[in-house]
Ligand binder design. Structure first.
Ligand code: ASP
Length: 324
């Protein structure tokens, strides 16, 4: 057994104009939640509990695109989704279309633990949340001024904001004096919100994974992305735990998270080899990234976007947070 390890992400596809202060803010948040996870692992909390704990922290902070700070749907409301999977026994729970549940990851956990099902959505999921007595808030709680501005710009540009899809070379530079990259006449720095995820292996070698998001800015109402889909955005088994981020439609068609587990299982690849293989062979260029742990204590990540907010730590003292 290789000891515990943890990784977190705050989304793939980073705005090339992201101001330095905003980068530092993101790194501080990733460091803070990693430290929470590390303390929990040192206190022998099981992997699944650590995943839920860390994702809740990220959902409660408005910086990334999950819980408070979620990207807005086309009608200006928030429709959140999340999933969680325990590799120990391969149990899972997922939720979509949440509008008033403060911490979607905890409702996904309750679907796994307290319902006969794996996945609840929209009014049925909200009803289940009320029955379970989880904290509910008004939809306005999730909506930030930044995101209202981004939705307005997205509508003006008539686009869904897939910042990570735009290769930097194809963007035009505004002027020599102010080299701001533009897309559809808009500075790319407006395209900020990013999904969150956490993967953990505990000292017993149990892997777990969780992902939470508001989805894509200006998405159609009712759109479901990869994040709540077990096997696409999230997967855990006896070998590994994986959480993905990026363009949901690309992640769904490559069943990205499960592929990592599959090539470990069927091709006998080690974690890092499996992640590199899947990103190269299965994923469309420039679309997504993922974080992963294995039951023997390895932790790694991979992405084919320009960056991914991420951090990882392990029992041997590794502790790093990076973006590009
Ligand atoms: N994968 C998410 C989605 O498509 C977005 C993201 O990861 O930022 O809903």
């Amino acid at each position: 057994m290789g000891g515990w390890a943890i990784a977190v992400h705050g989304g793939a596809g980073v705005d090339p104009n992201l101001p330095w202060e905003r980068q530092e803010e993101a790194k501080r948040l990733l460091t803070r939640v990693l430290n929470i996870g590390v303390s929990a692992l040192r206190s022998s909390l099981p992997a699944i509990d650590v995943v839920e704990l860390v994702v809740r922290e990220l959902e409660s902070d408005p910086l990334f695109n999950s819980g408070r700070g979620s990207a807005l749907s086309a009608n200006g409301t928030v429709e959140m989704e999340a999933s969680i999977m325990n590799g120990n026994g391969r149990r899972c729970g997922a939720v979509s279309g949440l509008t008033t549940v403060k911490n979607p990851i905890s409702l996904a956990r309750l679907v796994m633990d307290k319902s006969p099902h794996s996945y609840l959505a929209f009014s049925g999921a909200e009803e289940f949340a009320r029955q379970q007595g989880v904290e509910m808030v008004d939809n306005d709680y999730f909506i930030t001024e930044d995101n209202i501005g981004m939705l307005k710009l997205a509508k003006e540009a008539n686009t869904i904001l897939f910042d990570y899809r735009i290769p930097i070379e194809t963007c035009s530079v505004a002027s020599q004096e102010s080299p701001i990259l533009m897309m559809n006449g808009l500075p790319i720095s407006i395209y900020a919100p990013e999904t969150v995820g956490c993967v953990v292996v505990d000292s017993e070698g149990r892997c777990a994974a969780g992902t939470s998001t508001g989805g894509l800015m200006n998405k159609m109402n009712g759109r479901i992305g990869d994040s709540p889909l077990i096997g696409s955005g999230t997967y855990a088994c006896n070998l590994c735990g994986v959480s993905c981020t990026g363009e949901g439609e690309a992640i769904i068609r490559s069943t990205l998270a499960r592929e990592v587990g599959a090539v470990m299982e069927y091709k006998g690849l080690k974690l890092k080899e499996a992640v590199d293989y899947v990103i190269k062979e299965r994923l469309d260029e420039g679309m997504a990234g993922l974080i992963a742990v294995s039951s023997n204590g390895d932790v790694t990540y991979g992405f084919n976007t320009n960056g991914m907010f991420r951090g990882c730590a392990n029992e041997d003292g590794l502790m790093e947070v990076s973006i590009w």
